[in-house]
Design a protein around this ligand. Structure first.
Ligand code: 5GP
Length: 192
């Protein structure tokens, strides 16, 4: 552990569509002093996503091998579709090198990390309001009414998980929320 009293590993989780991905992209671009964990996933890359930078894109068999070998610190099937997981040795190496480690993962994964690494700091990213989350969730208008309802039901359950976390950050502004996150990690937010 570094000499500071801050935990080395910070877990960022929160409900679907709250903007975790946007915050971690901001951190990747603006805070190179943060070691942002690169997860393995079975989903296909989106345009612009690079293997080894945004994710390790692996097939379902390779993913299962990582799980079976005990190489995943945590893993989950997210949105009932693809598997995502954090590779244990990479996190351990970053911790050993004294880096400030950030895991941006879903709630199921956060609960697993809490079991195996209770000393980590658990940060919940919350929407500014329920109405705003609804707007972000169904705003595109591309989902059926049934799918929209399913997502809203899931979001209600996810919001109820806030009390399991050490801190809540409201994602009202990406830069402000990212700065608050790094300060919880014991780093100094950049002057602008
Ligand atoms: P996306 O496919 O949009 O990049 O991510 C979908 C969801 O997967 C997000 O909620 C993200 O937090 C979650 N996720 C990404 N990496 C991991 C991981 O390693 N473990 C878990 N449990 N969830 C992850």
């Amino acid at each position: 552990m570094p000499a500071s009293s801050h935990p080395t590993v910070t877990v960022l989780a929160g409900p679907t569509a709250v903007g975790k991905g946007t915050i971690s992209t901001y951190i990747r671009d603006h805070y190179p002093e943060v070691w942002l964990s690169v997860s393995a996933t079975t989903r296909d890359p989106r345009p612009g996503e690079q293997d080894g930078v945004h994710y390790f894109f692996v097939g379902p068999e390779a993913f299962q091998e990582l799980v079976a070998a005990g190489d995943m610190l945590e893993w989950a099937v997210v949105h009932g579709r693809n598997s995502y997981g954090t590779i244990r040795t990479k996190v351990q190496e970053a911790v050993a090198a004294g880096r400030s480690v950030l895991l941006e993962i879903d709630l199921q994964g956060a609960r697993q990390v809490k079991e195996s690494m209770p000393e980590a700091k658990f940060v919940f990213l919350a929407p500014p309001s329920w109405d705003e989350l609804v707007r972000r969730l169904i705003g595109r208008g591309t989902e059926s009414a049934e799918e929209q309802q399913r997502r809203l039901d899931t979001a209600k359950l996810e919001l109820a998980a806030e009390k399991e976390f050490d801190v809540t950050i409201v994602n009202d502004d990406i830069q402000r929320a990212a700065d608050e996150l790094v300060s919880h990690m014991g780093l100094t937010p950049h002057q602008r």
